[in-house]
Design a protein around this ligand. Structure first.
Ligand code: IVH
Length: 665
């Protein structure tokens, strides 16, 4: 082994150990700063000596930003689920069943049931070689690249690990991370995740591993399986797993009697509310592996284990009616109107019914006594109906077949849960929603057109689409209820002013599905004008940096629609910007291509925003934090001392505003 290789291996081992103390044990040994420094050192060596590349190096935790498609892999052992119990009686039944079948003393291991998404990990010679989702239980998606970014999952094992091993567990998004993510999504007008479980599984399936790395997922491991296990009890295997470096819950308890099991359940039923991650029950497992083998499996689940599900806080109330909301995209959301009822500290009057399948599953009738729950969800939902007290003549809830707003026959795409109103161009809430988006601050920024005014304008037939807004006349506006001459003038001035709003914002304003501000910017700067974008195929669009297939397809679909092309032509004829500005086009180069740049401090000639734009125009990427990947720092006056120190320690070049302008000249 060469000296360099030894140095690389030693650094990796050192970093893995620091990482383990930080993410698994929550007991950091060194400062983040020192950690980053060592990581940068390793990165440097790996760059210089690519022959020593290892996908399990700590440098790989940040993930690649290459899009991936998942391959399906067969599980070595099928991934089964657990039988569920909902009360202490059913737990006792399980206990007694086991006692009878074994006819010998036995122990039960009690664990928390983590509410995330399950994962199977394979380690060969101590290295993580494969991570597969549950899938259909027989085969799942190979998500190894994404799982490598999860800091609490070891990439290399420690201690006396076997040559080959499989371990299963749960990938979770901590509550705090979940709340922050939803806040961010709300600001970006992206759909929210209903609960941390959906957020975790959605994150794990992202196509871009560097995006997964940002989601701050965590993982607990709870089930080791295979032929040559390190112990002959389940608890022993978990202990061994902890020694190999896995994060194993410290809420695991070996119980010798049924009352002990019940105590455990009672304790965690309330105590779980203080945990940083979501749990939805307790899992009971027979401890002895030979006894487990003797008990065996049914087709769906082991006979040696069972889940006890916590009772979510719920309330009983009456279903008054069901109404249907039509969203900006035409999706229909059924909403239950309820007799007001107190639940976990708030009064609940409405509950989401999600879609037609849910209504059918519940077999809902008007006047039903229904259970509402909040659980981990933001919006309460109906989880059950007390059918024993249903009125014999109660009217069954039938999902509507036509749009409540425009009467168009609803459609439901294959495999989709939601019904849609396809009448995009003429359905009032869809049009009004598009207008509201069009005039919003980050879009065309048109003053004086709040939701109420838009409603008035629309109802009075003054505008039927976003292009019609530019045909509004003062006389019409001034005559509208509540809207006077002054407000009318303000609207017209603002509309006039919007004709100089830059192209990327015009593109964003169209309200194309998945085209948010950032995507619009990318598309505009890559293709320069609307004609190029309109004529690009999905395949061509997908070649643009950061444009995935879903976005590309959505853009292609939008411009395939003749009414949308017509709309764009009309907007063009009114004088809206349909190409990036000449100055910008002239500034475009690829001089900074591949460079990741951090801006810090204050500048004389340009604002930070302008500098950021210049970086992007020249093909570079902006980043807010200094790491070993930073190409250089564009440093102004009063750069923070911490940043300066970090840059010095990592040996990252700092350049001045003048030097930067010279560079891109
Ligand atoms: S053991 C053979 N232990 O619950 C069964 N599962 O319905 C092996 N889960 O798919 C699973 N916490 O995703 C086990 N401490 C725990 C668990 C747990 C959560 C999940 C897991 C599984 C589902 C079973």
């Amino acid at each position: 082994m060469t000296n360099i290789e030894q140095q690389i291996l030693a650094l990796r081992e050192q970093l893995n150990n620091y990482n383990y103390h930080y993410y698994v044990l929550s007991k950091p040994l060194i400062s983040d700063f020192e950690f980053d420094k060592l990581l940068a050192e390793l990165q440097q060596l790996e760059n210089e000596y690519p022959q020593f590349f290892d996908p399990n190096s700590p440098t790989q935790r940040v993930g690649s930003d290459i899009n991936q498609d998942f391959t399906q892999v067969k599980h070595i052992y099928p991934m089964l689920s657990l039988g569920n119990t909902y009360n202490e009686g059913e737990v006792a039944d399980f206990y007694n069943r086991v006692a009878k079948a074994l006819n010998a003393p036995f122990e039960i291991v009690c664990e928390l049931k983590y509410d995330g998404t399950s994962i199977s990990l394979i380690y060969e010679n101590g290295s993580l070689t494969r991570a597969v989702t549950r899938g259909d239980g027989e085969k799942g998606d190979d998500v190894t690249a994404n799982v490598r970014t999860i800091r609490s999952i070891p990439l290399k094992l420690q201690g006396d690990y076997p040559d080959f091993m499989e371990i299963r567990g749960e990938i979770l998004m901590p509550w705090k991370v979940f709340e922050a993510l939803n806040k961010e999504r709300e600001a970006q007008e992206e759909p929210l995740f209903a609960n941390p479980r959906n957020a975790a599984s959605g994150s794990l399936k992202l196509q871009n591993a560097s995006e997964v790395a940002k989601r701050k997922l965590d993982a607990y491991l709870y089930y080791m399986l295979g032929e040559n296990l390190p112990a002959d009890t389940h608890a022993g295997c978990l202990q061994a797993a902890a020694k190999f470096g896995f994060k194993v819950s410290d809420a695991v308890k070996v119980c010798k009697t049924l009352p002990e099991v019940m105590d455990y359940i009672a304790y965690w039923d309330t105590e779980r509310k203080n945990l940083p991650v979501a749990t939805d029950g307790i899992v009971l497992k027979v401890n002895d592996l030979t006894q487990q083998k003797n008990l065996g499996f049914t087709a769906k689940s082991p006979r040696w284990a069972i889940a006890y599900k916590f009772q979510a806080e719920r309330a009983l109330t009456t279903l008054q009616s069901v109404s249907y909301q039509v969203g900006r995209t035409g999706a229909i959301t059924p909403v239950a109107n309820l007799d007001p009822v107190q639940l976990s500290g708030t009064v609940v009057k409405r509950a989401s019914l999600h879609n037609a399948d849910i209504i059918n599953q519940l077999d809902l009738h008007i006047g039903d006594k229904v259970y509402v729950e909040k659980g981990g969800e933001i919006i309460p939902k109906i989880t059950g109906v007390e059918t024993s007290i249903r009125d014999l003549f109660a009217e069954k809830v039938e999902f509507i077949t036509v749009c409540p707003e425009c009467g168009t026959l609803l459609v439901r795409d294959e495999g989709e849960a939601a019904h849609y109103c396809p009448n995009e161009a003429n359905c009032p809430p869809q049009i009004k929603g598009k207008m509201t988006h069009f005039v919003s601050r980050k879009a065309m920024n048109i003053d004086g057109l709040g939701e109420e005014t838009i409603d008035l304008i629309y109802r009075n037939g003054l505008a039927k689409n976003i292009a019609d807004l530019y045909t509004l006349k003062l006389i019409d506006l001034a005559l509208l209820d509540r809207l006077g001459d002054k407000s009318g003038r303000k609207i017209l001035t603002s509309l006039e002013k919007s004709k100089s709003v830059p192209f990327e914002r015009v593109l964003y304003s169209l309200g194309i599905r998945y085209v948010g501000e950032t995507v619009a910017k990318k598309l505009a700067s890559a293709l320069e004008n609307i004609d190029n974008i309109m004529s690009a195929t999905a395949a061509e669009l997908a070649c643009i940096d950061e444009i995935g297939e879903v976005i590309a397809q959505s853009v292609e679909d939008y411009f395939k629609e003749p009414t949308n092309r017509e709309l764009v032509e009309r907007l063009r004829s009114y004088g809206l910007q349909m190409e990036i500005s000449k100055d910008k086009a002239a500034l475009k180069t690829d001089k900074l291509s591949g460079k990741i740049i951090v801006i810090s401090g204050t500048f004389e000639k340009h604002s930070r925003e302008e500098l950021k734009e210049l970086i992007e125009l020249n093909g570079g990427k902006n980043s807010s934090s200094i790491s070993s990947k930073t190409s250089f720092i564009l440093a102004g006056d009063n750069m923070g001392p911490a940043k300066e120190e970090k840059a010095n320690k990592l040996g990252i070049k700092m350049i001045s505003e003048d030097e930067f302008l010279e560079l891109i000249k």
